[in-house]
Design a protein around this ligand. Sequence first.
Ligand code: NAD
Length: 262
Amino acid sequence: MDLGIKGKWALVCAASKGLGRGCAEALADEGVHLVITARGSEALEATAAALRLRPGAGEVRTVAGDITTPEGRAAALAACPQVDILVNNAGGPPPGDFRHWDREVWLKALDANMLTPIELIKAVIDPMAQRGFGRIVNITSGAVKAPIDILGLSNGARSGLTGFVAGLARQPKVAGRNVTLNNLLPGAFDTDRLRTTLQGTAQKTGQTVDAVAEARRLLAPAQRFGTAEEFGAFCAFICSAQAGFLTGQNLLLDGGAYPGTF
Ligand code: NAD
């Protein structure tokens, strides 16, 4: 299926590894030109080199920098001739007990997982509406739908983004101009982030990492972790020409782990 986005420009944030990279790969396969970002340049350049080798790939530009800073966002936007597709992503906040979090800790989480995507949306959405095409995908978390107690910073900051996006997506001057905003909610995906979390649990509980991973894997009825490739393919479809009627949605990819009917 041709997704009808060949030649468009996408800014994919935090894309040297994991879910962001999966999205960049799937968009590259559709002939979308890419600007990808990450904090360190080594992994970023290696990912860009691999993306350029994919059949049908367009131009691939890199911007090393922290997307949660104004400078990082300005550099990423400046590298993209026009942003037709925006994939918002950044590292998740640390786990912990809210009794130990002060205002500074909260502001850092809000900056990374709520205000950074909102700032980037603000920079790109009006030109998208003027051109009559825009696709904005925010990588959030299954924790927005089913909170995880030790991830209070994530539950809170990402829920703030979700509420904001729900209102913006429904504005006629946005939805009526073929600009869509949707959130992708990952469950457990096999990435560095997941491996770090599993190692942390293993250290805390005295179990082996393998035992912790096995227990976590079996929590999902799919009996496995998701892959960045399947996450990216789903993201690319949401960015497609065909997905113009899909907006303001929270789409959970978790192998059936969420137990509710809706
Ligand atoms: P990952 O650790 O595999 O990759 C993170 C990527 O983001 C890397 O390329 C890293 O360089 C980049 N990055 C991190 N902080 C950045 C910043 N401030 N500026 C620029 N680049 C930055 O992580 P992942 O598993 O792909 O997770 C992506 C997002 O999805 C995170 O917010 C994570 O919390 C969330 N999430 C992941 C899972 C999962 O199971 N993997 C589940 C729920 C939510």
